[in-house]
Ligand binder design. Structure first.
Ligand code: 6PG
Length: 240
């Protein structure tokens, strides 16, 4: 690690490459998961989609032995999903399963159930999570990415989903994306015991810098993530 800043606002972990940032985050997540399972016998992850997380999956694969040992005690939910069949190339679950989770079939994977109607998909997912005992406050580790527009999960700038304070799951339509989405809401995400944000590249570093300078959650939804629980892993030197 090149630098760690914890000036009370952000816990920034800065590395000299995306791979090193992902590798350090993977180690942190594995260590924390082992500790949590030791204490409570199980662990709940909430994982994002997109492309950045595949670097984390690559790093997690180096902990294959530990993962095989614990995966039957691991419940995995999706932070957000595009409302497409899981076989569709854009499905976050489908991509993650093919790329990583198919190796750990004993994990309790809870994808967003596909429904043609996005609003119905959000309602069904809410019920499925409740049936599996996954409620706000008992997600242990949430892994987020960030778009170059400052969105996280499927919480997009200026979208009414940013205002949701009661539901744990919302369906989202936004002009910035092709398909309707289902997303965890800020209250649900922020109830996670540990939240990790992984992003890399100068473009996203600039976005994050702009976000912090602006202070506007509506313009930069990533600012809506509770900082006290948040660890940021990046490959760019940011100073505030
Ligand atoms: C999605 C993701 C989304 C993602 C960011 C970053 O469905 O797209 O869940 O929130 O984390 O958009 O995406 P990239 O990692 O592809 O840049």
């Amino acid at each position: 690690m090149l630098n760690q800043q914890n000036d009370g606002s952000f816990n920034l972990n800065i590395f000299d490459s995306p791979e090193n940032a992902a590798s350090s985050l993977a180690q942190q997540i594995i260590d924390q998961t082992l500790e949590i399972i030791e204490k409570q016998g199980s662990c709940v992850w909430a994982v994002s989609g997109g492309s950045t997380i595949t670097k984390l999956y690559d790093a997690l694969l180096l902990h294959d032995e530990a993962l095989r040992e614990i995966c039957n005690k691991l419940t995995v939910i999706w932070v957000d999903e595009r409302v497409v069949p899981h076989t569709h190339q854009d499905s976050n679950f489908g991509s993650a399963y093919n790329y990583f989770w198919s190796k750990y079939k004993d994990a309790n994977l809870i994808p967003v159930p596909y429904q043609q109607d996005a609003e119905e998909a959000a309602k069904v997912y809410d019920s499925v999570l409740s049936e599996n005992g996954v409620e706000p406050g008992n997600v242990d580790i949430t892994i987020l990415g960030m778009g170059t527009d400052g969105h996280t999960a499927s919480l997009f700038p200026g979208n009414s989903a940013l205002m949701e304070r009661n539901k744990k799951i919302v369906f989202v339509e936004d002009s910035s994306v092709q398909q309707p989405r289902v997303s965890l809401t800020f209250p649900f995400i922020n109830s996670s015991r540990h939240i990790y944000l992984l992003f890399y590249g100068a473009g996203k570093a600039h976005t994050f810098q702009q976000a912090v300078n602006s202070g506007s959650v509506d313009d930069y939804p990533v600012l809506g993530i509770k900082r006290a629980n948040l660890g940021i892993y990046i490959d760019q030197d940011l100073t505030f």
